[in-house]
Design a protein around this ligand. Structure first.
Ligand code: FES
Ligand code: FES
Length: 157
């Protein structure tokens, strides 16, 4: 079947198998390997990208369901060579660690800050609760999201 999917503002028309998952469409068909593939059982959240403006676990979505829709991946965060505040803050506050969970964390954080520019620690922890970081505790990640909110507020002044 043929699908037309707009990813990070670029329209792609591709022939796919109807059973193809969105995570594999992004990674293998389009070569956008920023979206990671971890568990394939909807548990880890490293595959989170946006579809229709909402974070989704792309291992639970068929690529066919993205037909005619907008998808945003971690490759679409930076703009004109400038990192998004969430990317900058994860770098500044050591939220990157091994990096495996990072794309999903960044996409969820971006969505959170779009909807709540000054989230509490509790709100941040709840927002990322569907995503597993295997590296350490979540301290640096939570600190990074808080720092991103601050960077964003400063940038808006
Ligand atoms: S690969 Fe999608 S939730 Fe783990
Ligand atoms: S930074 Fe390594 S899994 Fe989260």
């Amino acid at each position: 079947m043929q699908v037309t999917v707009t990813v990070n503002g670029t329209e792609y028309v591709r022939e796919i198998e109807p059973r193809l998952l969105l995570v594999h469409f992004l990674r293998d068909t389009l070569g956008l390997t920023g979206t990671h593939w971890g568990c394939d059982t909807s548990n880890c959240g490293t595959c989170v990208a946006w579809m229709g403006g909402v974070p989704v676990k792309t291992c639970t979505v068929l690529a066919a369901m993205a037909d005619g829709r907008e998808v945003r991946t971690v490759e679409g965060l930076a703009s004109g060579g400038t990192l998004d505040p969430v990317q900058q803050a994860f770098s500044d506050k050591h939220g990157l660690q091994c990096g495996f969970c990072t794309p999903g964390m960044l996409m969820t954080s971006r969505w959170l800050l779009d909807h709540d520019p000054d989230p509490s620690e509790e709100t941040i922890r709840e927002a990322i609760s569907g995503q597993i970081c295997r590296c350490t505790g979540y301290e640096n990640i939570v600190r990074s999201v808080k720092a991103a909110a601050e960077l964003q507020r400063e940038g808006a002044k």
